[in-house]
Ligand binder design. Structure first.
Ligand code: NDP
Length: 319
């Protein structure tokens, strides 16, 4: 009997190649949790994921009703949940005005953080029920949301920071669009959402690791400059960015390699430690081993993590 892993946003980029790498081990059945069924199905077949090793289930993280329905659909399959990978994300740095989720929350934070926050809370129950001894919940992080790394120090449009979270406290609906309650900056909204992902991972670890034995971790797979994540950026940026990463910073990673790294964090016994953020560094070298990346002060702030958890519970309807 194969283990079951749910991968959100498996219809392209890192998630698609993670699904492929996991399926090809022969040990995992992959639930591709995607908002576009046809795109996911076509993508799975185009990269050669064996037909009997995956199932696409509809999930739109920008709609709470869809998240609840996904969990119900998953449970009706009768499979145990052995690993959950929170991979889906949007990045829309050129927005002039905020867009919103079905519930009216700003779309970057609504999708990347609140959607996954609700999903993790609901599926924790399923992970707890699994008898598998290496249960893991993994969240994708990024260098630009971590000021302890060079890429996280770039102040364009602003570094990530949640401030006193007065935007969340105020209900996070229009006219509020940023967690700190200040002016809308779309590029920063993405960084903030990924910082929330790190705080959520840390808080999941603090609350549940000891009592459940589940491993909670995050990873930075490297700069995968060719994925759809940048589809909403300037055309010139999309043209130059992969070349810049490949030839100047040396940070370029293929989608295939990034997917393999996610699969390792899901399934390799070497990645069993909870509460950590894995990285392979920003300058890629053949065969370079992974290491525990130092996290930013803000993402290690337990009081902030707890407050974010409570406010998020309120916003997703869990309290
Ligand atoms: P892609 O844009 O290629 O993939 C993102 C995936 O998320 C797509 O499958 C997309 O679906 C899905 N998605 C977006 N919105 C929703 C939603 N509302 N509900 C469900 N699924 C949704 O990006 P990447 O593969 O590059 O990014 C994957 C992860 O890796 C992200 O968490 C990102 O932050 C992280 N990351 C990426 C880096 C990079 O350099 N690319 C670097 C560091 C981290 P659809 O196909 O329908 O649009």
């Amino acid at each position: 009997q194969k283990q079951t892993v749910v991968v959100t946003g498996a219809s392209s980029g890192v998630g698609l190649y993670a699904a492929k790498a996991l399926a090809l081990t022969g040990k995992w059945h992959v639930i591709m949790a995607c908002r576009n069924f046809l795109k996911a199905e076509t993508a799975a077949q185009s990269v050669g994921i064996p037909r009997d090793s995956y199932t696409v289930i509809h999930l739109d993280l920008a709609c709470f009703e869809s998240i609840h329905r996904f969990v119900k659909d998953f449970r009706e399959m009768g499979r145990s949940l052995d690993a959950l990978v929170c991979n889906a994300a949007i990045y829309m740095p050129l927005l002039k005005k905020p867009l919103h989720t079905a519930e009216g929350y700003e779309l970057n934070v609504g999708t990347n953080h609140l959607g996954h926050f609700l999903l993790c809370n609901l599926m924790l129950e399923d992970l707890m029920r699994s008898g598998y001894d290496q249960r893991r919940l993994i969240i994708l992080g990024t260098v630009t949301a971590n000021p302890k790394e060079l890429g996280g120090k770039i102040p364009i449009p602003a570094p990530p920071d949640l401030g006193d979270m007065r935007g969340l406290e105020a209900g996070f609906k229009a006219p509020v669009s940023m967690i700190n309650g200040k002016k809308f900056k779309p590029g920063k909204a993405y960084k903030d959402s990924k910082l929330c992902n790190m705080l959520t991972m840390r808080e999941l670890h603090r609350r549940f690791h000891e009592s459940t034995g589940i491993t909670f971790s995050a990873l930075y797979p490297g700069c995968v400059a060719t994925t759809g994540l940048f589809r909403n950026h300037f055309a010139l940026f999309r043209f130059l960015f992969p070349k810049f990463q490949r030839f100047i910073t040396g940070g370029f990673v293929t989608e295939e390699l990034a997917g393999t790294r996610v699969a390792q964090v899901v399934s390799d016994p070497l990645f069993g430690k909870s509460g950590v953020y894995w990285s392979w560094g920003n300058r890629q070298k053949e065969g370079r081993p992974s290491f525990e990346q130092e996290m930013s002060n803000e993402s290690l702030d337990d009081t902030k993590a707890q407050r974010l958890w409570e406010l998020s519970e309120g916003l997703v309807g869990l309290s």
